[in-house]
Design a protein around this ligand. Structure first.
Ligand code: 13P
Length: 259
């Protein structure tokens, strides 16, 4: 099965309104003729409405960086007394098609667990918001040969009891923590090895057809210079881009490498 490449920009906690507007305005003309790659930008919550407005008429999609969901009384909660939180229903309403879940920064600083990610995924499915689910090992875990075990645990936890049809439309981002923001990219072979493991596990959990449909992005110091090589790997279907997504030219160059 041929999977359409998908490049998403994770702006993290960056960009005031004017900066968000400038970045999108600069990006759109650079990518408007690229029809064969899915593209999304994931600004902070405060810039979602503005960016949505700027994206009108373009194929570039909007995503958020987190959502809140909890199960209460056997139901997934999309509104209520959870001060400061934003639900998948709200993000969908704000024009998002995607949301990043389980990013390692959220796991590290905000107590995100696989079980929490699982509830968030189910709440996204309920409202038709598509998740980009992040997994990845730390340097210590890689150095002690625990990468495969860590990925296996994260995947089984995040994907517990999900419907295969929805999983097929979801995206996974393999982001080795040691490669994020460090300039130290995983080699294409290192990344491919984990991507293949993830697809094999998806096949075990949801069947070969679903596994073949799911797009698996690589994330971690991906830039114009290394994008082509990474994207040439058989199980690397795109990228989740941090730092390089904050500059229109470098983000566009990565997208061009996916054509
Ligand atoms: P960098 O591209 O800055 O390494 O960040 C990757 C990332 O965390 C994307 O979600």
């Amino acid at each position: 099965m041929s999977r359409r490449k998908f490049i998403a920009g994770n702006w993290k906690q960056n960009n005031l309104l004017a900066e968000s507007a400038d970045l999108v305005n600069e990006l759109l003309p650079l990518v408007q003729n690229i029809k064969s790659v899915d593209i999304a930008v994931c600004p902070p919550f405060t810039s979602l409405a503005l960016v949505k407005d700027r994206l009108r008429g373009s194929a570039v999609m909007l995503g958020a960086q987190n959502a809140y969901a909890v199960e209460a009384g056997g139901k997934l909660v999309q509104s209520g007394a959870y001060t400061g939180e934003v639900s998948p229903a709200m993000l969908k309403d704000a024009g998002c098609e995607w949301v990043i879940l389980g990013h390692s920064e959220r796991r590290q600083y905000f107590g995100e667990t696989d079980a929490k990610v699982n509830a968030k995924i189910r709440a996204c499915y309920e409202v038709g918001l598509k998740p980009i689910i992040c997994v990845g090992e730390t340097l210590e875990e890689r150095d002690s040969n625990r990468t495969a075990a860590v990925i296996d645990t994260q995947m089984r936890g995040c994907f517990a009891n999900l419907p295969a049809a929805k999983v097929a439309e979801s995206v996974i981002a393999y982001e080795p923590v040691w490669a994020i923001g460090t300039g130290r990219t995983a080699t294409p072979a290192q990344a491919q090895e984990v991507h293949a493991q993830i697809r094999k596990l998806l096949s075990e959990l949801f069947g070969a057809q679903t596994a073949a449909a799911v797009r698996i992005q690589y994330g971690g110091s991906m830039k114009p210079e290394n994008a082509k090589e990474l994207l040439a790997q058989p199980d690397i279907d795109g990228g989740l881009i941090g730092g390089a997504a904050l500059k229109a030219k470098s983000f566009a160059d990565i997208i061009s490498a996916a054509v």
